[in-house]
Write a protein that binds this ligand. Structure first.
Ligand code: HEC
Ligand code: HEC
Length: 307
């Protein structure tokens, strides 16, 4: 603050403070003329309303005095009187810096844990799992839903059931989150025709024990081994390299009804998992991978002795 403005503020403070103080000292003892009937003699509305006289109550005086004293002490100790820094040398910047330092200190242990710890170990760390939960809710729940059980409309897989499109090792999960995934299931309506599509749909449902028409299942099995096995495997257990779904488990990307399965085969699907490397940093992705593995109970990751 320049000297001019500092002086300006000081003058304003002194004038304001002084005028109010003078009024304050004068008012309680001011000599106000009183008529015999105890009024000031002022009257309105042709004499029907007359002005009485009442002194300021004591409590009001006491509270105001305390206010004046507090304001004075404040101006002495804190900045406020022009560029005078106040006897405490307090500044809002320093207070903020202090609070930021305390916060960083309290986060240092967690940050260290996240940077140094193994992904699987993070899954057992309460604080990092709270962080993971928040990150998941903010970034992932829209597609995978809040309980991480997936969403058939966008083909977002259930992440809690220990079945994985692209593998359940730590590196697979980190890769899925970092780089995203685009599984493509081709459309077969034109190549196979409606009849074969309906046969193979019955066969696919039979793989996981869902009710199916046995006459169609046998024909569907033929179609499957020539057309589908290349990606889904001869046994229908899928292929992590392609993200081709395991058709024998009870985990369905797009639903298990005959209509949904038939629609998938006839018209194809392409699930899109966005890449997060441009939006989240490595630590956040690590915490999310730990949260996902913790909720998915990935036996594969544990068996692989993953870090
Ligand atoms: C726009 C919707 C969408 C969002 C947002 C999204 N995902 Fe996905 N995610 C998908 C889809 C769809 C797939 C399946 C991809 C495929 O079919 O190839 C998937 C697949 C995955 C997989 C692979 C699962 C497996 O079985 O191999 C993981 C892990 C995953 N997502 C985690 C996350 C995390 C963590 C976030 C938040 C940072 C997230 N996803 C945000 C839609 C989404
Ligand atoms: C080129 C490889 C490829 C071929 C060939 C293929 N699929 Fe797929 N299929 C996929 C992929 C990849 C997915 C996962 C799609 C996604 O992530 O959105 C998938 C998904 C599916 C699903 C959905 C599973 C679910 O969980 O909802 C069904 C059903 C299916 N395929 C059946 C078939 C049948 C039947 C055939 C043969 C007629 C076939 N697929 C041929 C790659 C293939």
């Amino acid at each position: 603050m320049s000297n001019f403005w500092s002086g300006w503020v000081m003058a304003l403070v002194v004038i304001n403070y002084g005028v109010i103080l003078l009024l304050f000292l004068w008012a309680p003892t001011a000599d106000i003329p009183v008529e015999k009937d105890g009024t000031t003699g002022h009257s309105w509305a042709n004499g029907t309303i007359r002005e009485g006289l009442a002194r300021l109550p004591k409590w009001w005086l006491v509270i105001s005095t305390a206010g004046f004293i507090a304001a004075f002490i404040y101006l002495v100790r804190y900045p406020g009187f022009g560029s005078n820094a106040g006897t405490l040398d307090w500044t809002s910047n320093e207070q903020l810096d202090g609070e930021v330092a305390v916060h960083n200190q309290s986060m240092a242990a967690l940050r260290n844990e996240i940077e140094q710890g193994s992904v699987l170990a993070l899954g057992y760390n309460k604080e990092s799992m709270q962080l993971g939960e928040r990150l998941f809710e903010d970034n992932c729940a829209a597609c995978h839903s809040y309980d991480a059980k997936g969403n058939h409309f966008v083909g977002a897989p259930n992440l809690t059931d220990n079945t994985w499109l692209y593998g359940g090792k730590v590196a697979d999960i980190i890769n899925s989150i970092t780089n995203g995934r685009n599984g493509t299931m081709p459309a077969w309506q034109d190549a196979l025709g409606a009849e074969k599509v309906s046969q193979v749909a019955q066969y696919v449902r039979s793989l996981s024990g869902l009710p199916s028409e046995s006459a169609l299942v046998a024909a569907g099995k033929e179609v499957f081994s020539t057309t589908c096995a290349a990606c889904h495997g001869a046994d229908g257990k899928g292929n992590h390299m392609l993200g081709a779904a395991d058709l024998t488990d009870h985990d369905w990307l797009y639903g298990d009804s005959l209509e949904a399965v038939t629609a998938t085969i006839a018209h194809g699907r392409s699930g899109h998992m966005p890449a997060w490397k441009t939006r989240l940093n490595d630590s956040q992705i690590k915490v999310l991978a730990a949260w996902v593995l913790n909720h998915g109970n990935s036996e594969e990751a544990v068996a692989a002795g993953d870090k």
